[in-house]
Design a protein around this ligand. Sequence first.
Ligand code: ATP
Ligand code: MG
Length: 339
Amino acid sequence: MSKIILTGDRPTGKLHLGHFASSLRLRLKYQEEGDYDEMYVFSADMQGLTDNAKNPEKIKENVFEVIKDNLSIGLDPKKITFFVQSGVPELNELTMFYLNLVTLSRLKRNPTIKEEIKQRGFEESIPVGFLTYPISQAADITAFDANVIPVGDDQIPILEQVCEIVDTFNNTYGDTLVRPKYVIPDNKSSRRLPGTDGKAKMSKSAGNCIYLSDDTETVRKKVMSMFTDPNHIKVENPGNTKDNPVFIYLDAFCEDREKFEELKNHYERGGLGDKVVKEYLFEVLESILTPIRERRAYYDEHPEIVEEIIKEGTAHAREKAREVLNKVRKSIGVEYFKK
Ligand code: ATP
Ligand code: MG
């Protein structure tokens, strides 16, 4: 069976270290290993609009930005197809077919959807498009026969629902769609990176992010004012590293594991100040972010290159999606005219 990798980012803001820790880093790993048939990365503007219908400027501003973030981490447009979701209208038709295979109560039970509804204060008035986004995600994935989906752990319940849709479709209309598998990072801290404020998830919408495009001074300020262990008042006090985002970031990003363990033990024993640990974290992050900033500067200077990459990628993605859509129509029997 072919190995087809697909992931998307909502253009609701620039990408941050949370994205890098999970999905983006896995994309890079797959690119380096090179043992796949196709890889797709897309800007999910239609999905972004589901909770930003009244603020389309925000989506528009970020549609190319999120792709630029992907290019800046070193993803190679010769090896990956980059596209914009709204440029592939076949996805909407697939969504229409899949909407009929899911019940309202099943959608409302999805724990990620539940959580995101709460976060956005949508309890009383959920936009229907937002509620059904796992279904459009099923379209995004199946339209490319994608079977490897590298994500953060908040996407697991969505991917489970996508698999249910695939199974229902195949059981109802005969084997047509490919069942995907999600992939999450081995390192636990990278699956859901907390915010700089200590909240459970670094998230564009929560304003607690270190962005891949932040400059050195901004990163320094954000790291130096990060939430740590509130009970670690004096340097000599023993500190907690478990719920401490500074140590969680080090666990996610520090390659020198010996040094990481040494710092962790020292902090837990007492005698290690937050400032020293933060200085080290700043160094670790800068070593990751510096080459990303350099590549970004190149793409910032050449917006026409970015646009061309996305334009070509979108055309290619459309061709592929059309093939799957034709199969889907045929399986359901929505095919009335002789060619
Ligand atoms: P929004 O708040 O608009 O939903 P987001 O920051 O959650 O934005 P998405 O575009 O929804 O970002 O997610 C893109 C990918 O990044 C998904 O695979 C998601 O699991 C992953 N991801 C997002 N935030 C984090 C995080 N803090 N830690 C690890 N992975 C994350
Ligand atoms: Mg999200």
